[in-house]
Design a protein around this ligand. Sequence first.
Ligand SMILES: *Cc1c(COP(=O)(O)O)cnc(C)c1O
Length: 394
Amino acid sequence: MVKINDNYNKLAGSYLFSTIAQKVNAYTSAHPDTNIIRLGIGDVTRPLPQAVTDALHAAVDEMADEKTFRGYAPDRGYGFLRRAVCENDYRQRGCDIDEDEIFISDGAKPDSGNIQEIFSADASVAVCDPVYPVYVDSNVMAGRRISYLACTAENGFVPQIPDEAYDIIYLCSPNNPTGTALTRDELQKWVDYAAQNSSVIIFDAAYEAYIREDDVPHSIYECSGARECAIELHSFSKNAGFTGLRLGYTVVPKDLVREGVSLNSLWARRHATKYNGAPYIVQRAGEAVYSPEGKKQVAALVDYYMDNACYILSGLTKAGYKAFGGVNSPYVWMAVPDGMTSWEFFDRLIEEAGVVGTPGSGFGACGEGYFRLTAFGSRENTREAVDRIVRMGA
Ligand SMILES: *Cc1c(COP(=O)(O)O)cnc(C)c1O
């Protein structure tokens, strides 16, 4: 009889969003007249920018013509997109990254789940707590043990550099769920730690477009020495609205070598074997994100959400809550009132304000006592929800 991968039995249940859905359903059937506003979703709600849909339409027409039809894409992605990424996301920021260090993919979630495959099954792994669950679950599936780096209000949500030498460290900045970001100096300390210990940092930059402050790096390659110890993940989901279209990329510098083997070659091998490329039309849509109109339209999208984030942060603060994030990020992370759990606050918020958020405890033990609100809703709903929370009081 076939044996299953027993590591899957060790996964913690992913009850967070299904429990939220159940509770919301139960509440709405008991109170059908309440207008519930959801500030819990981690998905964007604004439509794609015009430059993106124009590029999609044009590429669809190319696919309909035998002279311009394209079949399988090149393994690492089309040159036109890798050049646009390289120029705009790296060279213009002074980062030394080459086109063939960029691997186009269908998103940062799959890449963040898959990247662990190029490391040994007994590599030690450290993640932040609270954490984006993919980093944890993908390593549990591979049988690795995971250590947690506490991120709380006491340390400003900046994980302390550990005394132990971990092989792989996942960092996400600006962070989901806390909405806080590492400064250049803070990130440099992690790069120095990784260099000293021959560790590899997996740096998730999915929220890079939301950075507003000058001392927050947009890329880990702004830190010196990062080419020898860091892999970076990017997404087109949260800036340009590609959550349903699917596009991302991963950077593996050629200077990243372990046991005499280039991790760039390992990832190239993995990518070519198990993946067959993001669709041509989607890669053209990604290229359009970097066009002059595309840049303007994406900036307007990000501004729209950041206006919501600002309204949430100031409303919560006005109401007497301690709230974090929301400055370089579409997430606001609030401390729930003393003596309440995250889930108790969830119940109170839906009953007294008709607002749904995400209990912090769903992202890890250190998330207990916190609550996440997202800026991805419409302006009207976001303002109404915040005004209700302010009226409810802390
Ligand atoms: C949303 C998100 C991503 C993006 O995933 P895609 O697969 O590109 O849509 C990656 N990392 C984090 C932490 C996220 O919140």
